[in-house]
Write a protein that binds this ligand. Sequence first.
Ligand SMILES: Cc1cc2nc3c(=O)[nH]c(=O)nc-3n(C[C@H](O)[C@H](O)[C@H](O)COP(=O)(O)OP(=O)(O)OC[C@H]3O[C@@H](n4cnc5c(N)ncnc54)[C@H](O)[C@@H]3O)c2cc1C
Length: 450
Amino acid sequence: MLNSTATKILVDANSNTKQIRGVEFIYKNKKYTVRAKKEVIVSGGAVNSPQLLLLSGIGPRSELQKIAIPVVHDLPGVGKNLHNHVTFYLDFLLKKEKAFNDLDWEVLTEYLLFKKGPMSSTGMSQLTARINTKYADPSGRHPDLQIFFAGYAPKCSKTGEARAPEDPNDINMPKHLTVSPVVLHPKSRGALTLKSRNPLDPPSMVANYLKEPEDVAILIEGIRVIQRLANTTVLKQKYGIEFNKESYGNCEQLHRYDSDAYWDCAVRYYTGAENHQAGSCKMGPASDPMAVVDPELQVHGVQGLRVMDASIMPTLVSGNTHATCVMIAEKGVQFIREKYRPNLPNRFGGNLNNPFPSHGPQKFNYSSIKDPHSAFPNKRPSYPGIPHPIGISPGPPGNQYPPFPNRQYNNYHQYQYPSQKNFSNSSPFINSYGNRQQRYNNQYDIKGQQ
Ligand SMILES: Cc1cc2nc3c(=O)[nH]c(=O)nc-3n(C[C@H](O)[C@H](O)[C@H](O)COP(=O)(O)OP(=O)(O)OC[C@H]3O[C@@H](n4cnc5c(N)ncnc54)[C@H](O)[C@@H]3O)c2cc1C
């Protein structure tokens, strides 16, 4: 129920199997109970999911006993293994670029007419780097350092004038650029526990960022990469990039400036936590005493209880966490379907045993297809492993996409499915590749401009 707070998972602790019974929650200051016939899914995130399990008596026995919560199931890993991506911020000035407010009528017009200009992107933040430092997994497949670029967030022009200076009192003020190294696979682990039995009390979190020296060493590696980047001819000559030296407590008094010891001090003084908390109900086999859920996201030792969110990640992914959380939920739904409705048809007309009945990824013979619509007459075509439910074109050309020689198209982005034509009348954004220009041409009568 919207705007309610789950306060306890009810478990029939007397049965041998510890069967789930329902959930207690608070809605508009009143407590309610809802009964569950089959399962309860906890998706409170890396902070609140372990909190809810602990409030329900599922967690480390000694911690529950300390605050007099009856132990329903002793599960030592609940709230442990909490970790997060950790970062540090380096500020640069672009001396050859004046700081102005990006959002003005000129920029808006450019966007509306041509879908170009500052409003067509998320600015510097759409650029990122992933790097294997000397500490990375030797396979090279799990980069341990990410670099974020940020700066000059779009702001509205104060005067309404195009390219109005950001600070009217300092019209020569340069643009800023923040470049941040991020530790992607931190070794440091924190923990989360309850302060009290009150479900509305926030839990107590100990982050332990940078407790392990290797996490600091990776940040310093990242700082060195960024320094080399800032020293490139193009950034120096074209943008006039300059490090905007800040003071980090007494680091400069204690250590020689720019030595590793100096940056060790600085990153501890000015530690940046990302918002990627994970791991506090980690997935693992029953043989791992610290595992909270099994590989199908079911809580070990409790029947009918699953956790589906960032908390189940045993270790953080090599990047931002949102998409992975969506994937965890998708997999979780699949596990539930597998258990209760294995024959329920999916969106491709198949089921779990045969997801793509007419073109399963393994059996599909690309070369036999001349025209996707003759192959899938009643469905919008979809490519193995790449569902695109709203009919957008399948992305850049590559080996994974079969050529369709009977179709008229210049490249894959311009290729249109018949179904897209219907979408284009209702939304300019859904049909973002196929006939976008056509739509603008019609709307603004600017035929031929691009
Ligand atoms: C400011 C910020 C910026 C971010 N930016 C990015 C980004 O750019 N890219 C990216 O990939 N990731 C980003 N992330 C991370 C990403 O959003 C999270 O990793 C992801 O949302 C976690 O998903 P989740 O399902 O685990 O938890 P959440 O998304 O936190 O969902 C948990 C939900 O459970 C609800 N809830 C909690 N406790 C209870 C309770 N007791 N009863 C009822 N409801 C409850 C919460 O209100 C919430 O709606 C960002 C996170 C933050 C905070």
